[in-house]
Design a protein around this ligand. Structure first.
Ligand SMILES: C[C@@](O)(CCOP(=O)(O)O)CC(=O)O
Ligand code: SF4
Length: 407
């Protein structure tokens, strides 16, 4: 079908403005045309009536471990003449861009990884290399339309900030960033943001319990929208862990928390939903399911999603003046690490034998090429991903139960 007919067909299914038609038919260059085709194709598949302007993007498809040579060639080709039109941040890479050699990663992998990051930077994407863009300045407003990928970031933006994005894949988010637009379907629409399951949690929760709850409920609702009733209001870090787990065991992109999240008041209006209750025994069962071994971990990886400054402060307090027996990595962004350096938390953790690892994480880095056998994590998402993505055993527990100190 030639271009004109295709536009006609597309216009029947979706309304394109004059400006958007120009972008679509190549008047703004081949890269924009290619990206508009991706966006319009997604819109046609999901029944969008129009495109919507976006205020920011979060781009995944960064680690050489996940995108390989094909992905490297795709981004280098696009970077020849594409540039983003909205503030865009980048997902974690496969290595810490500064201390990769100290961590034991290979020169060959790192060189390819640096080419990928360079190509994204050439397109004007901020090479933040973190899955917590909302901690480094990419903080979309309530009701704003965005195009984010990285499932935990998508869940946080929709649920905690009340911004509007679907679970974009790498290409979809990148295309949207280059065009400044995305197709208006799914979570961009009011009617898709209603809850479809009420979850009453009759237990006093702490730390990694939130990940265990998210893991269980994600399995139950798949791509649904859970509405939580907790005994006390979770912190933003606890909401971050909850959403990451919901998004990794299910395909949850939005949840509501009664009395806490910005859209909870309308989430149950006009819908008739099922209710479930979860208690301590359910949480205990989920926690057991998330570990694949009872062996002591030789590598402890915290910061999935990337650690906040508050998390790093708490870790530094727990290790201050002690000497750690196992290897400890605290994964975070360069921005949060800069603040941890200034506050002295980094030197406390390093003096105890730990490392603050930036730009990457225990899932998208090739840790399987290092000498570790058992990874200890306090993130249900990491526990869910490490066995499949790294082929290593995993122990899921709170930090204080994972760490081994010299006497
Ligand atoms: C491993 C994961 O957290 C990030 C994958 O990142 P990337 O596709 O390598 O940029 C997957 C996800 O949940 O989006
Ligand atoms: S696996 Fe965890 S740490 Fe890695 S990118 Fe995803 S949320 Fe972030």
């Amino acid at each position: 079908m030639d271009k004109v007919k295709l536009i006609k067909l597309t216009c029947d299914l979706m309304y394109l403005t004059k400006e958007e038609k120009k972008m679509y038919n190549g008047e703004e260059g081949p890269a924009v045309a290619k990206c508009m085709e991706i966006i319009v194709a997604l819109g046609d598949i999901y029944g969008a009536k129009r495109l919507v302007d976006i205020s920011s993007a979060q781009i995944s498809g960064v680690s050489y471990k996940t995108i390989g040579d094909a992905g490297l060639e795709f981004v280098e080709e696009l970077a020849k003449d594409a540039h983003v039109r909205v503030p865009s941040t980048l997902n974690p890479a496969g290595v810490d861009l500064k201390i990769w050699r100290e961590l034991g990663f290979s020169e060959e992998f790192t060189q390819k990884q640096l080419r990928i990051v360079e190509a994204y930077q050439k397109m004007g994407i901020s090479t933040t290399c973190t899955c917590t863009p909302y901690l480094v300045g990419n903080v979309p407003m309530l009701g704003s339309h965005i195009a984010w990928s990285e499932s935990s970031a998508v869940c946080y933006a929709n649920s905690v900030l009340g911004a509007r994005t679907n679970r974009e894949g790498g290409p979809g988010a990148l295309a949207a960033a280059i065009c400044g637009k995305t197709a208006e379907y799914g979570y961009h629409l009011d009617e898709e943001r209603k809850a479809n399951l009420v979850v009453e949690v009759d237990a006093n929760l702490a730390g990694s319990d939130y990940g265990a709850i998210g893991y269980m409920v994600g399995n139950k609702v798949g791509g649904g929208v859970p509405y939580f009733k907790f005994q006390k209001a979770p912190s933003t870090d606890e909401l971050k862990w909850l959403g990451a787990a919901l998004a990794s065991s299910g395909a949850v992109a939005l949840y509501h928390v009664e009395g806490v999240t910005p859209e909870y008041k309308d989430a149950l209006k006009g819908v008739d939903v099922d209710k479930i209750s979860l208690g301590r025994s359910d949480i205990t069962e989920a926690r057991q399911k998330l570990s694949t071994t009872t062996k002591k971990p030789d590598l402890i990886c915290l910061g999935c999603p990337h650690a906040s400054l508050e998390e790093i402060r708490e870790i530094s307090e727990k290790v201050a003046g002690r000497s750690i027996k196992n290897e400890l990595w605290v994964c975070t962004s360069i921005s949060v690490k800069a603040a941890a350096d200034r506050m002295g938390y980094t030197s406390i953790i390093e003096k105890a034998g730990g490392k603050i690892v930036c730009d990457t994480c225990m899932v998208v880095a090739p840790i399987e090429e290092l000498e570790f056998k058992v990874v200890g994590v306090n993130s249900a998402k990491a526990a869910n991903y490490v066995p499949n993505m790294c082929g290593l055993e995993v122990v899921f527990d709170d930090f204080e139960n994972l760490i081994d100190f010299e006497e």
